[in-house]
Design a protein around this ligand. Structure first.
Ligand SMILES: [Zn+2]
Ligand SMILES: [Zn+2]
Length: 338
């Protein structure tokens, strides 16, 4: 089969590779769509230490074409979305349904072959049924670009109706965070991004206001003026300056949820302010299969606008080139069957 293979820093190419065959507990999927996440771009840039020879891609929708000998409850022809990592299924976190905290995870496209390919074999426990009315491109990105901000804002952040929410970084995750904050009844949503198309998309997704931090002498003051006391901030960038901006924007008792991944070491405010105003900083990683099912349900019932979520679809043959182009505000999705 054809697959996009990471060859080393800055290099990814279309190759002919061996077809996967499903183990006893696995299902073989024909990949219908695979979203290109910021993480895939970091992999291809060589920033995440992924082994050359790996096929990236962890946002996958597909159709079941073959079942392993011990798989029950699935049939060929069923459409599915996949959880973004293969979990052990047996550790305390997995048993509690918190498989994003699995102790032995293999992230697709990093520790295990991913979805930028014509086929992929995955354990049946990683699959979520995809309703007929949801296109494959949306099913693919639901597992990460939409379920990750849902986990961060609703589950980890405990978003309540009436809150003022700041979203820092209005890319794939941040845009959906704006829509999810609106859906949960946020009274005010402010999106922060230096990239103009991202700010425009955030307004279209329901943000009340946006801020370009690069055009402000004092971004903290500007953000405080716009948000007038944020109670919940979401950081989707993964840098010290944006984590510190999120913390500085909070009113007393506020929570900052960080989903942006990186190697920076952000600073806490002076302890007198951090303790004295009871701020919280919370890490949030991925989502659970149950949350992905919730996202699919919200989309199927038209509660969540995904009309802007995919900006471009490309064939596998044309996909290698997109890694040398700048990413836009919404997702690019690879369609291996085109
Ligand atoms: Zn991702
Ligand atoms: Zn586990």
């Amino acid at each position: 089969m054809k697959a996009l293979v990471y060859q080393g820093p800055g290099e990814i190419s279309l190759e002919e590779v061996e077809n996967p065959s499903p183990a006893a507990d696995e299902v073989l999927l024909q990949v219908d769509a695979a979203g290109v996440c910021g993480t895939d771009r970091h992999i291809v840039a060589g920033e995440l230490g992924v082994r050359p020879g790996t096929v990236p891609g962890h946002e996958i929708a597909g159709t079941v074409v073959e079942l392993g000998s011990r798989v029950e409850g699935w049939q060929t022809g069923e459409r599915v979305a996949s959880f973004g990592q293969v979990t052990c299924g047996t550790c305390p976190a997995c048993i509690a349904g918190q498989s994003n905290r699995c102790r032995q995870p293999a992230v697709l496209g990093m520790a295990r072959q991913g979805g930028f390919a014509e086929q992929i074999a995955l354990p049946a426990r990683c699959l979520i049924r995809l309703p007929d009315t949801i296109p494959s491109s949306i099913g693919a990105i639901a597992s990460d670009a939409i379920a990750t901000p849902l986990h961060a804002l609703w589950t980890v952040g405990g978003l309540r109706a009436g809150e003022t929410v700041v979203v820092i970084g209005a890319g794939g995750l941040g845009l959906h965070a704006v829509g999810l904050a609106r859906l949960a009844g946020a009274a005010c949503v402010v999106a922060v991004d230096p990239f103009e198309p991202a700010r425009k998309a955030a307004l279209a997704a329901g943000a009340d206001a946006t801020l370009d931090p690069a055009s402000e002498d004092d971004p903290v003051r500007a953000l405080r003026r716009l948000a007038r006391g944020a109670t919940l901030a979401l950081e989707c960038v993964g840098r010290s300056d944006t984590v510190e901006l999120g913390l500085a924007a909070l009113s007393p008792g506020g929570r900052l949820v960080v989903v942006g991944v990186g190697s920076d070491r952000p600073q806490l405010p002076p302890l007198a302010r951090f303790i004295g105003t009871e701020l919280s900083v919370l890490g949030s990683f991925g989502s659970t299969p149950a949350e992905i099912a919730t996202v699919l349900d919200l989309i199927e019932r038209n509660h969540l606008d995904v009309s802007q979520s995919v900006q471009r679809e490309v064939s596998l043959d044309d996909a290698a080139a997109i890694f040398s182009e700048p990413s836009g505000p919404a997702r690019t999705v690879i369609l291996p069957r085109d």
